[in-house]
Design a protein around this ligand. Structure first.
Ligand SMILES: [Zn+2]
Ligand SMILES: [Zn+2]
Length: 245
């Protein structure tokens, strides 16, 4: 009513200019008293997210541990990342949530926490940092298999490159090289899992190969073996050929 009155009365147009910003603030900007976000429903005092948060604060948090290598632990198991390439870290975390909670909506997500909601419940997921089983093995110099390369220098170099490329291509969490030793008699490559030994052996059928097992411990009541694969260049008799090169 006031506005109409002022508009009709051109003498007070200065006053109207002065009033406009206040009219807008009154009618358009209703913000949440907790986070300051604009409110959709003008009758509300706090926003939907803050309302959920106040309910959720009392509920138990579920946590997901994420390693630097992107493997993550949910419950008791470490899992491979659902995405290898992503534009932001929250986007990566979102892909984990979509994998495990497909029926929930992600209300809010940050690097530390996410709030999920579906018709029945509200869930808070907390993201923690940690070192996964694979990374701790890599750092601990863990190995299950050893490959001994013997023969001429050129054979050893070629074989070493071939094995490194093979291991890089294999999608197995333990397909890593824990160390390479360059010795007088040849090169020893230590790898994370012995399951690759047979595959590597098959790639060198033209040469002399020998597999041997060595007991190295007991895990969960089972004997654990380390496997050594010896690959000797065909025609190489105890390094005689190497001397000529
Ligand atoms: Zn809010
Ligand atoms: Zn890791």
């Amino acid at each position: 009513m006031n506005v109409i009155y002022i508009l009709k009365n051109s003498k007070v147009s200065l006053e109207l200019n002065f009033l406009i910003p206040f009219l807008f603030i009154r009618n358009m900007k209703r913000v949440c008293i907790i986070c300051g976000k604009e409110l959709k429903n003008k009758e509300d005092v706090i926003c939907e997210t803050c309302k959920i948060k106040s309910v959720v604060r009392k509920s138990k948090k579920e946590s997901i541990i994420v390693c630097k290598c992107l493997r993550y632990k949910k419950g008791n198991t470490w899992m491979d990342p659902p995405l290898r390439y992503y534009s932001s870290y929250p986007e990566y975390l979102r892909s984990i949530l979509n994998r495990h909670f497909p029926s929930h909506n992600i209300m809010e997500i940050s690097e530390k926490e996410a709030i999920l909601k579906n018709e029945d419940e509200i869930k808070v997921i907390e993201f923690l940092g940690g070192t996964c089983d694979v990374c701790s093995r890599i750092h601990g110099g863990y190995y299950e298999g050893k490959i001994q390369l013997r023969g001429t220098k050129s054979f050893i170099e070629e074989a070493e490159n071939k094995i490194i490329q093979m291991i890089e291509r294999i999608k197995h969490p333990l397909a890593f090289i824990s160390k390479i030793n360059y010795l007088k008699e040849g090169t020893d490559i230590y790898i994370g899992t012995k399951t690759l030994i047979n595959k590597i052996k098959k790639a060198f059928t033209h040469h002399e190969t020998k597999v041997s097992k060595e007991l190295y411990g007991v895990k969960d009541g089972k004997k654990v073996y380390r496997v050594t694969l010896l690959i000797r260049e065909k025609g190489d008799t105890h390094g005689k050929k190497r001397k000529t090169k």
